[in-house]
Design a binder for this molecule. Sequence first.
Ligand code: NAD
Length: 358
Amino acid sequence: MNSGSRFRIAGIPGDGVGQEVVAAGRQVLDALAAGSAGAFGFDWQEFDWGCGYYTRTGRMMAADGLEALRDFDAIYFGAVGWPGVPDHVSLWGLRLAICQNFDQWANVRPVRFLPGVRSPLRKADDTSLDWVVVRENSEGEYVGMGGRNFRGRGPGGEIAVQSALFTEVGCERIMRFAFDLARTRARRKVSSVTKSNAQQYGMVLWDEVFARVAGDYPDVETESVLVDAMSAKFVLHPEDLSVVVASNLHADILSDLGSALAGSLGLAASANLNPERRFPSMFEPVHGSAPDIAGQGLANPIGAVGSAALMLSHLGLPEQAARLEAAIAATTAAGVLTRDLGGTASTKDVTNSLIDAL
Ligand SMILES: NC(=O)c1ccc[n+]([C@@H]2O[C@H](COP(=O)([O-])OP(=O)(O)OC[C@H]3O[C@@H](n4cnc5c(N)ncnc54)[C@H](O)[C@@H]3O)[C@@H](O)[C@H]2O)c1
C-alpha cells in the first residue's frame, strides 16, 4: 500500500484533547522522519470528523468516510466524545464504526511503567513491571446487539436488552494473537480473563477455546482468572503478568486500571489491528476527549506518541518505534511531566522534549 518509503496516514483528531495530542504526535513523527535523511516520511491527510462535525451535519463522519479511509496505510486517531452529543452516538458513529467495519479485531494495550513517573503501586518502586492487555475488539459485549423500549409496558416500565456475542472464530483468533505475542516476550505467559462462573454461555465458550488453543502452545505458560480476581491481581501481583487476553468489555476496564497503575490514563497507548492487513489499522491513545482539561495545553501527549510508536512497528519500522519509546522514557526520566503526572509541563513542553530526545 505504501509507495516506496512514504506512508499515507489518515489523521482523525476528533474532539477535545484528541486534537491536542494528535497534533503533538504528528509533530514528533514528522521530526523523526525529518531526521531519517529521506529514508521514510509521512503524507498526512486530516479529517475533521467528530462531535463538531456531527453538530454541523448530523453525522459523526462523512457518509463515504470508510471508503475515504480504506486505502491509507494507517489511521492516527485522537479521541471522540463531547458534552451535548450522547456518548453512544459519538462512539458508535466514529470510533466503533471504523474498528468494526475495518475488522480491527485485535486491540493491543501495553501497560508501561516509565522512569521518573510515580506509580500509585508501592511495588512498582522496586519491581520491574511490564504487561500487555490484548482486547478482543470485534464482538463480545460491544457487538451492539439488543434493543429497548417495549412501549406497551407504559411509562417507567421500559426494558432494555444488551447481548454479548462470542463466536468460536472470534475467540480463537484473539487467543492465537495473544499466544503469538507471548512468544515474543521475555516471559512466555498468557492470562485469560473470564467470568464463566456467572456467564455460563459466552464465557464458557471463551474458556473452552482458550484451553484448546493453549494446547498448540505448550511452551507458553497459561492461567485463567475471573475478571474480579484479575482486577485484584493487577494491583497485588502485577509482576506475574505478561500477556492478558480478555473480552472487549473486560479488557477495556482492565486496561484503564493498568494505565492508572502505571501513573496516568494519559500515558496509555493502543493499536486497533486488522492483523490480516485487509484494512488499515488504527492507532490511538486509550484516553477520551477529557473535556475537563481540553483546550488548555495540559494534555499529556505520551499516550498518543506511544500509539505512534505502535504504528511505526506496524508499518515495518521497529527501530524507529524503539527510538520513539526511548525518547518517551528520556522525557519522563528528565522530569518533563504534565499535570496528570504531578508535573507542571505543558503539552508543548513534553512535545519539544520528545523531539529533542530523538
Ligand atoms: N477512545 C475514545 O475516543 C474514548 C475513550 C474514553 C472516553 N471517551 C469519551 O471521552 C469523553 C470523556 O470521557 P471520560 O472523562 O470518561 O474519560 P477521559 O479519558 O476523557 O478522562 C478521564 C480523566 O483522565 C484525564 N485525562 C484523559 N486524557 C488525558 C491526557 N491526555 N492527559 C492528562 N489527563 C488526561 C481527564 O482529564 C479526566 O480526568 C466522553 O465523551 C467519552 O465518551 C472516548
